[in-house]
Design a protein around this ligand. Structure first.
Ligand SMILES: Cc1ncc(COP(=O)(O)O)c(C=O)c1O
Length: 383
């Protein structure tokens, strides 16, 4: 039996501002050679390089860069579809997860009816739905339970607003929580009859057993989006794919740009999908680095770290500490970039930061910068 939905559970109102990481470019200009000057803990990119075989494939493609790639990556799409056991027309390729999320949200919203997302949640979904004129409802997560997605509450919220589509990230961003495949399946079965479910698995390399990718062919209302940006460490390349269930509307309303996947991305795609062992080993190392980073930050006064299943985590700033905005700017003055939790909207506010694990040396720089800015008097100026 679903719990009753309280007004405080179902949030309405404008989406939080769609703020992304990567503010280092503002400071250093377009030259990636200068990226190392900053600790990029405001964006959930990998701190490690892509798998060697993937890099080799891109090097070889670079030598042929004068050639136009296949217009919609048709050959690649066929090969990805074969691997996933899905008909080709149910596989989409794109320049990262972002354009795929956009296409699928637009398809779902074109049927009418509201979109439901957990709150806090990655803000892009809401931005797209609102741009399409679709109403958006948000189901507030409870930070006393570590902002875990509660499938019962989400199902109750979906029924209460008669959602046409539910969109969620799994593992979730910004809380880094994993929902089990059983819980996702349970949710799917309890959504309103024509309600679709879009699961964004951008961070699934941190919890591969939680993936719903192999269930899409048996679950028509489900679509899963994958990114090569995160675990595969290819954020600068822009590549991703989606597997879309049979109940999803077809591509009638899509405006698909030609050559979304450039020559390097088409060459790197399959080697990256084959690099599972390399990625698993890098993720295990990342989790060790994260544990150490969380331990060091938790030792500083006033910082409460929320447990996480991935490489990024939320920090609650205790009473008496400056608001997130001020800390973000003080840290940026020390070339350490972290994310202001306000960007994710309610129930997160100015007492929340999101931090992403980097290499051991960068994490030490980050902890030292935190120790310095927390030691400044409230409202104090940077030396
Ligand atoms: C949950 C989530 N989905 C998708 C993306 C974007 O992925 P891509 O780089 O593949 O477009 C991000 C980026 O931070 C994200 O946090």
């Amino acid at each position: 039996m679903s719990p009753e939905v309280l007004p405080a559970d179902l949030l309405v109102g404008p989406a939080p501002a769609s703020i992304h990481g990567g503010s280092q470019w503002r400071f250093i200009g377009p030259d990636p050679g200068r990226v190392g000057e900053y600790v990029l803990a405001d964006v959930n990119d990998a701190w490690y390089a892509p798998a060697p075989a993937t890099v080799d494939a891109m090097r070889r493609a670079l030598e042929r860069i004068q050639h136009t790639p296949e217009v919609h990556g048709e050959c690649l799409r066929r090969l990805v579809a074969e691997r996933l056991g899905q008909p080709e027309e149910r596989i989409l390729l794109g320049a990262g997860a972002s354009p795929l999320l956009q296409r699928l949200i637009l398809r779902a919203c074109a049927r009418g009816g509201p979109m439901l997302v957990p709150a806090p949640e990655y803000s892009e979904y809401q931005r797209v739905a609102e741009a399409a004129g679709a109403p958006v409802f948000r189901c507030a997560l409870d930070h006393r339970t570590g902002l875990r997605i509660d499938p019962e509450k989400l199902a109750a919220c979906a029924a209460s607003c008669n959602a046409a589509v539910v969109v969620l990230s799994n593992p979730s961003n910004p809380a880094g929580q994993v929902l089990s495949p059983d819980a996702v399946g349970w949710l799917l079965e309890r959504l309103p009859p024509s309600c679709l479910l879009l699961v964004d698995e951008a961070y699934i390399d941190h919890a591969p057993r939680a993936s719903m990718l192999d269930q899409v062919s048996q679950r028509p209302k489900l679509a899963v989006v994958r990114s090569l940006s995160k675990g595969s460490a290819l954020a600068g390349l822009r590549a991703g794919f989606a597997s879309v269930g049979a109940a999803w509307p077809g591509p009638r309303s899509d405006i698909q740009q030609p050559w979304q996947l450039n020559l390097l991305a088409q060459a790197a795609f399959l080697p990256a999908l084959d690099a599972g062992a390399y990625v698993a080993e890098r993720i295990a190392e990342t989790h060790r680095l994260r544990n150490r980073l969380c331990q060091d930050l938790a030792a500083l006064p006033g910082l409460r770290i929320l447990p996480t299943d991935v490489h990024f985590f939320l920090i609650e700033l205790g009473p008496g500490l400056p608001p997130a905005r001020k800390l973000v700017s003080r840290l940026a003055g020390r070339k350490v970039l972290v994310r202001d939790g306000t960007a994710f909207g309610p129930p997160l506010g100015s007492e929340w930061l999101r931090v992403t694990t980097r290499s051991g040396a960068e994490n030490r720089r980050l902890v030292a910068a935190f120790a310095e800015v927390l030691a400044l008097p409230s409202g104090g100026r940077l030396p």
